[in-house]
Design a protein around this ligand. Structure first.
Ligand SMILES: Cc1cc2nc3c(=O)[nH]c(=O)nc-3n(C[C@H](O)[C@H](O)[C@H](O)COP(=O)(O)OP(=O)(O)OC[C@H]3O[C@@H](n4cnc5c(N)ncnc54)[C@H](O)[C@@H]3O)c2cc1C
Length: 403
């Protein structure tokens, strides 16, 4: 019987532990720094846990060499993931955009079934046990923790990334792997709120709207997304903005453009507004967009288009209507940054994947050492992709190079 030690009882570490424990063939020691396993998992998907997605194509992933993720995502793909959770007793449901959630819509259901599966005689879970260093001992490892040393034949580092420190995000995993000869790429916060010049967003704080969002570097479009946008004190939030955030930390001269009526072309918007002008009667401009967009958003767009709110809408000039249509389709805000790792859902970048075998997740530099999850340079879009990478890579690492 071999002893397998796993550092980190988050999504990937728990999946790895259950897999490595198998039918009793290995003794598994699972170390968790926090007082309980899976703390971050409880916060995922706004407490609902978007655990995977019906479309797992590799285009939804990023990293210096994102193809690295393909073997794990193929071997432990959607069906396999749903079967894995079904075998643990979890029912799931698919919502919009292929997003898959527990049927209960409670992240605690996902954590509970994983926790129950860890309650096996050959798995020892040690909470409040932070791994502080790793030393090679023959073909195995000695891991020092604040609860004393642990010895193992095989080691899986599943300590996650630097995002969301309040939920356990830490740089520990990178540092521990670096002491074993590994290196990492630069790290950036991803799936995070974007800070913009905030006069307009602050005035619109709390308003949610659907939009097409384009991130520009100078005049070049860097990335486009669509979906919900939330205006905040400091700028923009919401899934459509999260999608772009990965590119904010590395880009220069950035601005974001919101298309607030993405279903219509600009001349169609202008046409609709020209029609509305005919029936405007004694309406003031501040109410001109009341039947079209969120009221405060409409008023702000009138101001943004340099039209007086008190002016009579019926006397709007054609050029002003065109300007307003252009503002609705291209509401531009200069970008000043992101709200950082503190608020990010994931870390872009990580331990260099070229130093690991993609078919086993074993280190090319140190035999019997494996890594899984966010600690590696793989990250995904918003929509269940990051947890899917955690499940797939955790289960692959948990196979310890076996079939
Ligand atoms: C608010 C929020 C919402 C999210 N929502 C979604 C979502 O709906 N869908 C989705 O796909 N993804 C979501 N994510 C991302 C997803 O949660 C992560 O990508 C995923 O949890 C990564 O899994 P992991 O196992 O690599 O790391 P983690 O889940 O972070 O687990 C790592 C574990 O290792 C422990 N650890 C760290 N250092 C040590 C050490 N030295 N010794 C012992 N233990 C250690 C940590 O305490 C932690 O428990 C969300 C993230 C956040 C923050």
């Amino acid at each position: 019987m071999q002893t397998v030690l796993i550092i980190g009882a988050g999504a990937s570490g728990m999946a790895a532990a259950i897999t490595a424990a198998g039918d009793g063939g290995n003794r598994v020691i699972l170390l968790e720094k926090q007082s309980r396993p899976g703390k971050k998992l409880l916060a995922t998907g706004n407490g609902c846990c978007n655990l995977t997605n019906a479309d797992l194509s590799i285009e939804n992933y990023f990293g210096s060499e994102k193809e690295f993720a393909i073997p794990a995502l193929t071997r432990f793909g959607l069906e396999s993931t749903l079967d894995f959770f079904r075998s643990l007793g979890l029912l799931t449901r698919e919502e919009g955009g292929g997003r898959i959630y527990p049927y209960s819509m409670q992240a605690s259901s996902v954590l509970d079934v994983l926790r129950f599966a860890l309650e096996r005689p050959n798995i020892e879970l040690h909470c409040g046990a932070a791994a502080v260093s790793i030393e090679k001992k023959g073909s195995g490892f000695s891991v020092a923790t604040d609860k004393g040393p642990f010895f193992a034949d095989r080691l899986i580092v599943a300590a996650g990334g630097a995002a969301a420190p309040r939920l356990g995000g830490t740089a520990d995993g990178y540092k521990l792997l670096q002491t074993m000869g590994h290196s990492r790429t630069a790290l950036y916060p991803s799936l995070v709120q974007v800070k913009t010049e905030n006069a307009y967003p602050r005035a619109l704080k709390g308003i949610k709207t659907d939009a097409k969002v384009t991130l520009f570097s100078g005049k070049a479009a860097v990335c486009v997304s669509a979906g919900e946008v939330l205006f905040t004190e400091y700028g923009l939030s919401g899934p459509a903005v999260f999608e772009l955030s990965r590119f904010v930390s590395t880009g220069k001269d950035l601005s974001v453009s919101l298309d607030l009526m993405p279903e219509y072309a600009e001349d169609e918007v202008a046409g609709l507004l020209l029609e509305n002008r005919k029936s405007a009667g004694s309406l003031a401009c501040e109410n001109f967009l009341a039947g079209v967009l969120n009221k405060r958003l409409g008023q702000m767009l009138i101001k943004y288009s340099e039209i007086a709110l008190s002016a009579p809408a019926a006397s709007l000039k054609d050029a002003e209507i065109q300007r307003l249509a252009c503002s609705i389709k291209n509401f531009k805000l200069p970008v000043t940054g992101t709200t950082g790792f503190e608020n990010a859902q994931v870390t872009a970048g990580g331990i260099r994947t070229s130093e690991f075998r993609s078919d086993t997740l074993e280190s090319r530099l140190c035999p019997n050492l494996f890594a899984a999850g966010e600690v590696l340079d793989v990250d995904g879009r918003c929509g269940g992709y990051n947890l899917q990478w955690a499940w797939s890579s955790g289960r692959l690492a948990g196979k310890l190079g076996g079939l």
